[in-house]
Design a protein around this ligand. Structure first.
Ligand SMILES: CC(C)(COP(=O)(O)OP(=O)(O)OC[C@H]1O[C@@H](n2cnc3c(N)ncnc32)[C@H](O)[C@@H]1OP(=O)(O)O)[C@@H](O)C(=O)NCCC(=O)NCCS
Length: 208
């Protein structure tokens, strides 16, 4: 860990949050270190002014991290930008979801949710949420940009609906995943280039 990462670890009030951060940095350092042929501790990870981690010494490689309660996901891409989001279905109660839907979805997407059977709506909303958050993280400003401005196309591409037309479209892959002894979770990866089917690598033993 760098001095900045150690300071960040020391600043966490929650031990679980600190563990997720450490697991994320371990994943980055070991996987990307192997890709570029350097020792994990030799990899420099910097942050943009909006907090997005990047590799100043490897401009051709982009990565992004996401965590939920008990897991961390890392997406890595060469020659483009990438964003990832993972969420557990119970992250929001039905009531919370209803409250924040109008802040995340545009009119057309709200209509789409309304057309679904009531028992499907929560999952449909979370599916919009993970895809939009992956796009926002790919672009690098997170929720500083308005998720309602991202229109999700039928073929899982995006179009910009307003002001920030300088952003390029994103290509998205999404789905849900189940692993042993852990609840189902939703995932989405957005990238500035066409995505092939993701190859999942599971890393279980991050340590206590
Ligand atoms: C980016 C953002 C959507 C992440 O939300 P979250 O609930 O923590 O979601 P996730 O678990 O999926 O992602 C966390 C990871 O995203 C990455 N990240 C942080 N800021 C990011 C950004 N602006 N863009 C893309 N990725 C970002 C980090 O790797 C972070 O994990 P780490 O701190 O362990 O390295 C949210 O923080 C946001 O909207 N931020 C807006 C920018 C901002 O306010 N920055 C203030 C700090 S300068």
């Amino acid at each position: 860990m760098s001095a900045a990462e150690k300071a960040r670890i020391a600043s966490f009030r929650s031990r679980d949050a600190a563990r997720l951060f450490i697991a994320g940095r371990l994943l980055c350092r070991s996987i990307i270190g192997r890709m570029v042929g350097c020792a994990p501790q030799a990899l420099t990870i910097s942050l943009t002014p909006h907090g997005r981690p990047y590799l100043p010494d490897h401009a051709d490689i982009d990565f992004n991290l996401s965590h939920t309660k008990d897991r961390v996901a890392l997406a890595v891409c060469r020659g483009g930008r990438v964003g990832i989001d993972i969420e557990q279905p119970d992250r929001l109660s039905e009531t919370e979801a209803l409250e924040i839907m109008p802040l995340i979805l545009c009119e057309r997407e709200l209509d789409d949710i309304q057309r679904q059977a009531p028992e499907q709506r929560h999952k449909a909303f979370l599916s919009y949420w993970v895809r939009k958050e992956a796009v926002l993280k790919c672009r690098g400003r997170g929720f500083l940009d308005d998720p309602r401005d991202i229109a999700l196309g039928p073929a899982d591409t995006t179009a910009n609906m307003s002001k920030r037309s300088f952003y390029e479209a994103n290509f998205i892959r999404s789905g849900s995943c189940r692993s042993e002894n852990a609840p189902n979770f939703l995932w989405a990866v957005a990238a500035s280039q066409m995505l092939s089917e993701p190859i999942w690598q599971q890393h279980r033993d991050i340590g206590a």
